[in-house]
Design a binder for this molecule. Structure first.
Ligand code: HEM
Length: 396
């Protein structure tokens, strides 16, 4: 669905996005006129077709955020606009505005790319995000296959082998950002357009990494069993903002584990069930541990990005309204999950005896430290931040 949305231009805005003045710098009157024209001219079929709905929400979000920054709440004067957004959200099974999914995964990666700023850094950010996020479907699919085939099967072992390669681009994306994205540009120019918007009386958060599918991956691995109130509140808000197909996949697999997280489910199988093939179970755990190790590596590098950026902002939070504490909680929970898998591997080795021996080792070294950030170059300007403080939590 996201690939088809990437190709789609249901509001015929391709040429509008290709003009040289970036959308975030266009006069409010021009943006308001364009929004009014969209409401007047939209083909009604766009409101009944999920792919078109998603692509339309993608495009409208650039106009809405830009006009709201120039003239707060002025988009509310466009008659019929909020009703249209509501209908598009219904069609797409999505909030009635854009999200990280529409901004990154549904954004064309060629000359049709939609940008707020027109800056090469924003283009790079979208390319990297898209490259990182694309593998997450495969991670989810691999985890579901482990549940469906059972930890002691060759099929589960084969599925587990795909997990780390599918996750790796998330690390590549974060490292690319550390190397090439000046924090002043990200926090001062790009992220200032990731703002909450009120649509028909409900406030929806702007583009945030918290909307990514990895929230569903955490939830399935260990999160559904968490009793940490700050984690569960973060997870529940953002789980509800996943694409409908992902929400269904996660709900259905949790039905099949009777509500248990993947780690609880595996623990139950290994401690209490008959285990047909201990070597296959060990291979599953080896790769699962590898995945958790690499999620930890992503989080260590990503924490560095947050450290460099948050001090430049009016409030030290992300666009989803979260502080470093949330990122630290996620990193701790990932570490604990990895330790649980290590303990299960010990159990499998103990019980499986000689059947578990020659499993090839994936390195279990601690996460490599994140690379040094890009050095400031002569001529770089530190721009003062010009946006007002944002209230960025969703209010319903
Ligand atoms: C300068 C660049 C970046 C900064 C400053 C940044 C900052 C943040 C912050 C503060 C959060 C907490 C949620 C919020 O309040 O929005 C967050 C969440 C998140 N971001 Fe980023 N981010 C950056 C780039 C990226 C990139 C390139 C990726 C993906 C490859 C990414 C993926 C995520 C994910 C998955 C989360 C959810 C938390 C987690 O699972 O650890 N971010 N980000």
């Amino acid at each position: 669905m996201v690939d088809a949305a990437r190709e789609a231009d249901p509001l015929e805005l391709d040429s509008f996005f290709q003009r040289s003045l970036p959308v975030s710098r266009r006069p409010a009157d021009e943006l308001l006129e364009r929004l009014a024209a969209v409401v007047r001219e939209v083909d009604p079929s766009v409101c009944s077709e999920p792919v078109a709905g998603l692509a339309a929400l993608r495009d409208l979000d650039f106009l809405l955020c830009s006009v709201h920054r120039a003239r707060p709440a002025a988009y509310k004067e466009v008659t019929g606009l909020e009703e249209l957004l509501g209908a598009l959200g219904e069609a797409a099974g999505h909030n009635p505005r854009g999200s990280n999914t529409t901004y990154a995964l549904c954004n064309p990666l060629d000359q049709r790319m939609r940008l707020f700023t027109g800056l090469p850094e924003e283009r790079m950010f979208i390319n990297e995000l898209a490259a990182g996020l694309r593998g997450l479907d495969d991670v989810l699919r691999g985890l579901i296959a482990i549940v469906d085939h059972g930890v002691d099967s060759a099929e589960a072992a084969a599925a587990a082998e795909t997990l780390v390669p599918a996750w790796e681009p998330m690390i590549g994306a974060t490292v690319a950002m550390l190397r090439s994205m000046p924090p002043e540009v990200f926090s001062g120019e790009i992220m200032t357009s990731f703002i909450p918007l009120d649509i028909a009386g409900t406030e929806y958060q702007g583009v945030t990494g918290a909307q990514n599918l990895n929230i569903g991956i955490d939830w399935l691995l260990w999160g559904a069993g968490s009793t940490n109130p700050s984690y569960t509140s973060y997870a529940r808000t953002n789980l509800s903002e996943q694409l409908p197909a992902h929400i269904d996949l996660i709900a259905n697999v949790l039905d099949r584990t009777r509500g248990a997280t993947l780690l609880d489910h595996l623990e139950r199988q290994l401690r209490h069930g008959p285990v047909a093939d201990w070597a296959a179970a060990d291979r599953v755990l080896l790769h699962l541990e590898g995945l958790l190790r690499r999620i930890g590596s992503f989080r260590a590098a990503h924490r560095r990005l947050a450290d460099l950026n948050l001090p430049l902002r009016y409030t030290p939070t992300g666009s989803g309204g979260h502080t470093i504490d949330l990122l630290d909680e996620l990193a701790d929970a990932t570490r604990q999950a990895r330790q649980r898998v290590q303990a299960l591997r010990d159990l499998v080795r103990e019980r499986g005896g000689s059947a578990v021996s020659a499993v090839s080792a994936v390195s279990t070294d601690a996460a490599a430290p994140p690379p040094a950030p890009r050095q400031r170059r002569a001529g770089d300007q530190v721009r003062p931040l010009t946006c007002p403080p944002q209230e960025s939590r969703r209010r319903t």
